[in-house]
Design a protein around this ligand. Structure first.
Ligand code: ARG
Length: 566
């Protein structure tokens, strides 16, 4: 039983009021010197037929010498409890240390599958900065769900189907050179250049569009030569994207994208018709959603071609059949809100009750504060450029601050990447986000480098201590303000993790990590860790070890590495 439950039970016994009800009454005293929790006694006045101050005074006596409570002090109509902080500290510190990196783990998922469609890049294009949020958010959610005992299925639903690939094919055959593309630092940038050229030429030469249509048709028919080229475009894109994924530590279980569903759509279209979900309008096959205040969901164009929603409906059914998911998440920007509402509604109209388990985990836009990267034609900012730049900048800072750091390159990668991915994971996902170098690389502010730096500080304290013995800890020294703030922040982490999964909001974890970090730094400056007293020293070292473990676990869950030295 928690201390609140125990207090409520005892007050319930003494007053005859339901303990569960009392448990909901607790408040936090206005300042820490007034105690840790407060019971508003005026709520008992009616059942006890006494004035609140008198009730508070009587209850204070009843709690004298009560386990876990140092003292209970009446204050007007309130009874303020001072909890035994060192006992709480001992419990939390041991819990964190004993759990290690599985602190906050649970088995609530019971191994159930959670499909997470994230990153989902488009082929023949470089990895743009606008794909950062879906990538880091989906990656973080997959770690969070695994921590809670679910089995995440990480799906990169490639944008690899559509008439634009006919254009790409024509452009490549006319102006491209296999070797140049293959050997380029960024093959997809070569493909984009060809694609741009296609559009310039097509303005004066309309026959190109006919060629492109025919070329896409040949892909649909798996013409050996064109199919091979199209597969090669796809390979080039994935190979290049994997450089970014490797920097970020991101992995996928499946790259089944839109093209994968090509041969699975006819059956779903038949099913839609048989179930009477679709109608024909102007030659197009649609799902009329006017009853739900939505424009129709398009299934087939008038030329019989399938489109984006057709593929998502098919993919959802495929995922249910293949993974029997508990939840099916789509980490996609809010620009596609309507698309997903239409798709989910159509699935519901098809009679699939699991449509309710499909969730559009939407998020806001990202923009750059300083325009360092947007001078390029087309305003495209490439994620790989941003990451490399961040790593370079980090390395410059470190070379100055800690020139003797071993593994400088690896640490610069961990910190540089952390700095970039932190932003989209530090606020509610729906908020638009502006990236700024100064903010991201700040070692003092509420940033990833600050959290990583604090983690490295913990490691350094433990390294310099050259051994410690938790058995010898004198927990009573952990009862001051700064220790108890740190304990509280660490204790909150498992609940933050659960909430983050519940709301698909990793920022609840990153905020908690920052709380732990600032509490640790305060503790570090206010307490001499290497005290002569063995008991005191070991208790403070144990607290440091717990802080290090909690910070590392929290950072891992938002996809950020924690180097031991910085
Ligand atoms: N490729 C799309 C884009 O870049 C995102 C796909 C999201 N996933 C999906 N199943 N629709 O905008």
């Amino acid at each position: 039983m928690s201390i609140k439950e125990r207090i409520a039970a005892k007050v319930g016994e003494l007053s005859g009021v339901d303990a569960a009800e009392i448990e909901g009454w607790f408040e936090v005293p206005p300042t820490p010197d007034k105690g840790d929790i407060a019971l508003p006694c005026f709520k008992l006045a009616r059942s006890l037929r006494k004035a609140p101050p008198m009730i508070a005074a009587e209850l204070a006596e009843a709690f004298a010498g009560y386990e876990g409570i140092v003292r209970a002090e009446p204050a007007g109509g309130y009874l303020n409890f001072f909890l035994d902080r060192s006992d709480e500290a001992r419990k939390v510190v041991l819990e964190v240390i004993n759990s290690g990196e599985s602190y906050g783990c649970s088995d609530e998922g019971e191994g159930r599958n959670v499909c997470i469609d994230f990153s989902s890049i488009n082929i023949c294009k470089p990895f743009g900065i606008h794909h950062i949020t879906t990538t880091v958010l989906g990656h973080s959610l997959s770690r969070i769900f695994r921590h809670l005992g679910y089995s995440p299925v990480r799906i990169n639903h490639l944008g690899d189907w559509g008439t634009q690939f006919g254009k790409m094919l024509v452009a490549y055959k006319k102006w491209g050179d296999r070797e140049t593309i293959e050997n380029a630092a960024s093959p997809t940038r070569e493909l984009v250049a060809l694609y741009v050229k296609y559009h310039q030429e097509a303005e004066t030469d309309p026959s190109l569009d006919d060629e492109a249509r025919a070329a896409f048709r040949s892909i649909e028919l798996h013409d050996p030569e064109n199919w091979e080229l199209y597969q090669w475009f796809k390979e080039l894109t994935i190979r290049e994207a994997e450089r970014v994924y490797k920097l970020l530590g991101v992995e996928f279980d499946s790259y089944n994208g839109e093209a994968f569903y090509e041969d699975k759509m006819p059956a779903v279209i038949d099913e839609l018709r048989e179930k009477g979900v679709t109608t024909v309008d102007n030659g197009m096959t649609i799902v009329d959603l006017s009853a739900y205040d939505m424009p129709p969901c398009l299934i087939l164009k008038s030329n019989g071609g399938t489109i984006y929603p057709t593929r998502d409906i098919t993919a959802a059914i495929y995922r249910k059949n293949t993974y029997d998911f508990y939840k099916n998440l789509y980490v996609v920007a809010y620009q596609q809100n309507l698309h997903f509402r239409q798709v989910f509604k159509t699935l519901e109209l098809m009679g699939y009750d699991w449509a309710k388990d499909c969730v559009h985990v939407n998020f806001g836009m990202i923009s750059m504060a300083d325009m360092t990267f947007s001078t390029r034609k087309g305003n495209a900012i490439y994620l790989e450029d941003v990451l490399m730049k961040a790593i370079e900048k980090t390395k410059a800072i470190m070379t100055e601050k800690s020139p003797d750091l071993p593994d400088m390159d690896e640490v610069a990668r961990q910190v540089g990447v952390g700095a970039v991915v932190w932003g989209p994971l530090y606020s509610s996902r729906i908020k638009d986000f502006t990236f700024s170098w100064d903010k991201a690389l700040n070692f003092e502010g509420e940033t990833a480098p600050y959290a990583q730096y604090t983690h490295a500080r913990c490691c350094s304290v433990l390294r310099k201590a050259e051994g410690y013995d938790i058995e010898k800890a004198d927990w009573s020294c952990l009862d001051n303000e700064s220790c108890s703030a740190l304990v509280k922040a660490m204790k909150a982490l498992p609940e933050s993790i659960r909430l983050a999964a519940d709301k698909y909001e990793p920022y609840l974890i990153s905020r908690n990590v920052i709380e732990i970090c600032s509490a640790f730094n305060k503790f570090y400056f206010e307490n001499r860790i290497m005290d002569e007293d063995e008991g005191v020293r070991n208790a403070r070292l144990a607290l440091t070890l717990a802080a290090k473990t909690a910070i590392k676990t929290g950072l891992y869950l938002v996809g950020i590495e924690a180097p031991e030295r910085m």
